[in-house]
Write a protein that binds this ligand. Structure first.
Ligand SMILES: [Zn+2]
Ligand SMILES: [Zn+2]
Length: 61
């Protein structure tokens, strides 16, 4: 099961087109694997988001 990085809902539930668009510009808030809220840091060079379980997700995926 994969969760939307922006709204935290299951990716299979409804359309996440707006989310996808937003995620092109901003870091994800939720871990795609466990739906925990991630700690997001924005740098001038990009961003990093850290899940306490799954570690760090850096920059654009
Ligand atoms: Zn979404
Ligand atoms: Zn996680």
């Amino acid at each position: 099961m994969t969760y939307c990085g922006r709204c935290g809902e299951e990716l299979t539930a409804g359309s996440h087109e707006d989310c996808r668009r937003a995620l092109a510009l901003e870091p994800p808030r939720y871990c795609a694997t466990c739906r925990r809220r991630m700690v997001v840091q924005v740098h001038p060079m990009g961003w990093s988001a850290r899940c306490s379980v799954h570690g760090e997700l850096a920059d654009r995926v």
